[in-house]
Design a protein. Structure first.
Length: 371
């Protein structure tokens, strides 16, 4: 009986991918906010704060909404702000109205990113990639598996990652290849390719700028820049920087990394937060490994990072929101590592900055993508 129900559900899911995605996302957001209830239950609003919240939400959304997300953000950063946008509203309404699901499923393929951005931005140097079982070289020419192995057998430091349906740093592998063997693990590259099977990309390891390296040298520390489109141009959400810790080679928060607010001028905030899936709200003022003090620390050329993200967005016509992972390389040039189009997190920048996503553009965004 269960198998029959499962088959029916899977068949319907194939016929209605957008509805299925929206239901799965809504379910995940409901689970997430319940997991964090220990945090937001501690927040007690005054009568004046309740009235301000209800009045604001009615004027923006046309109805009352749950205060749980607002209280969650406040429980972490200590700041009451009625203009916060609940994660569930962003992920199940705003993002899906802004980003056509079928179109974005295709555009999220990491193998396509270098080609989409070739005229607008730098991306990590591709060595080889696999798309649905076929191998390609850096020029996009089809090659055999044997040729792919020969090309990268002595490439040195490289990064291997899935190109489809990957998130939170899952299954990213750091390699150091010599004579077809990864010096880190002792595994042959052919065995590694067999394990990944299909849909992956192998890129040359990036070298980051001195300032990023001084924060934490064991990981490539990225800037999360989210761009969005309105009728009069392309804008950015409050920005974040992510960096690793504890010997980890990933900067992702689910791999032990920290996130910190960074201004449009490239200046870091006072606190870096370790934000997990459940009830974490750890914050620090000094990096535990390098001893670097965050408050006021400046990243040079950050204006170029913002402009690169805006320029790159123009290559994704018809997509309203894109979250870019960008680094500054050793020559202080922005390099776009990834473009995230579905399942973007809106709660992290709000927690880091202690303010809503859209500032003076909130009502425009709601009119454009919510209603």
């Amino acid at each position: 009986m269960f198998n029959k129900i499962l088959r029916i559900y899977l068949k319907r899911a194939e016929l209605h991918p957008l509805k299925t995605h929206k239901k799965k996302t809504a379910f995940a957001e409901n689970v997430a906010i319940l997991r964090k209830r220990k945090l937001y239950k501690e927040i007690k609003w005054s009568t004046e704060q309740k009235e301000e919240f209800n009045s604001f939400c009615k004027s923006v959304y046309g109805k009352r909404i749950s205060p749980r997300w607002h209280k969650l953000y406040q429980s972490i950063n200590g700041t009451f702000d009625v203009s916060y946008v609940p994660e569930k509203i962003f992920s199940t309404i705003i993002e899906l109205n802004a980003n056509d699901y079928s179109r974005c499923k295709v555009l999220q393929d990491k193998n396509l990113l270098p080609y989409l951005l070739s005229s607008k931005a730098k991306t990590p140097a591709t060595l080889v990639f696999n798309s649905y079982g076929k191998y390609y070289n850096e020029k996009g020419e089809i090659i055999s598996k044997k040729e792919a192995i020969a090309l990268i057998s002595n490439c040195g430091m490289a990064v291997l990652k899935p190109s489809i349906d990957s998130s939170s740093g899952k299954n990213i592998l750091f390699l150091d290849l010599e004579d077809g063997v990864d010096k880190n693990s002792g595994a042959f590259i052919e065995a590694i390719f067999n394990k990944y099977d299909k849909n992956f990309i192998l890129q040359k390891k990036l070298i980051q700028c001195k300032e990023s390296n001084d924060i934490y040298p064991e990981a490539i520390n990225t800037f999360r820049i989210t761009t969005y489109v309105l009728d009069d141009g392309i804008y950015t959400l409050p920005c974040a920087m992510r960096f690793g810790s504890g010997g980890n080679h990933l900067d992702n928060i689910h791999a032990g990394g920290f996130s910190i607010a960074i201004s449009d001028d490239g200046v870091l905030g006072r606190y870096a937060y370790k934000l997990g899936r459940c009830d974490r709200k750890d914050k620090i003022q000094v990096h535990p490994d390098t001893g670097l003090v965050f408050d006021g620390y400046r990243i040079p050329n950050f204006n170029k990072v913002l402009q690169t993200a805006k320029d790159a967005h123009s290559c994704f016509s018809g997509v309203g929101f894109i979250s870019w992972d960008i680094i500054l390389n050793a020559e202080y040039e922005p390099v776009i590592v990834e473009a995230n189009i579905l399942g973007q997190s809106s709660w992290i920048p709000q927690v880091l900055h202690g303010k809503g996503l859209f500032g003076n553009n909130l009502k425009k965004v709601i009119e454009h993508y919510y209603n």
